[in-house]
Design a binder for this molecule. Structure first.
Ligand code: ZN
Length: 138
């Protein structure tokens, strides 16, 4: 079995952003040379997510609005913010949107279902953060 590890770096302009990272993940799979296996993609920070869904602008606005209803931004709203931080909402948003995804690699390519794309969900951005990509297989 072979394995390949890569890191993708992000520093989003906005505090909250959903970024399509499918091209970077596909590039990592290509570099790995692995034809049959699995590709793990995970956010390495506890206020950011990796998830698979549709690359449709309206849906992305829906996600952000829905997350804001579930866990609105607000310094006074969270016990976590008593530490002096203001990102209690971002920890909750990250948890509901997920830490990682695993995508099958078939014939050297990401084996997605119809319309599936992989996204980096940033909920406390404007600073350097990274995503791990690990490809294992033959
Ligand atoms: Zn925090």
């Amino acid at each position: 079995m072979r394995s390949y590890t890569d890191h993708l770096w992000f520093n989003t302009k906005n505090r909250r952003e959903l970024v399509n990272i499918t091209p970077q993940v596909a590039e990592a799979v290509k570099k790995s040379g692995i034809k049959e296996g699995l590709c793990l993609v995970n956010a390495m920070h506890i206020t950011a997510s990796v998830f698979v869904n549709d690359d449709e602008g309206g849906l992305h606005k829906d996600f952000i609005r829905w997350l804001e209803k579930l866990a609105p931004y607000g310094k006074e709203l969270y016990d976590h913010n008593r530490t002096g931080e203001d990102n209690g909402d971002a920890h909750l948003k990250r948890t509901i949107m997920g830490r990682e995804v695993v995508i099958a690699v078939t014939g050297g390519k990401l084996d997605f279902g119809p319309w599936e794309q992989v996204f980096y969900g940033e909920f406390d951005g404007q600073r350097k953060k990274r995503v791990l990509v690990k490809v294992i297989g033959e």
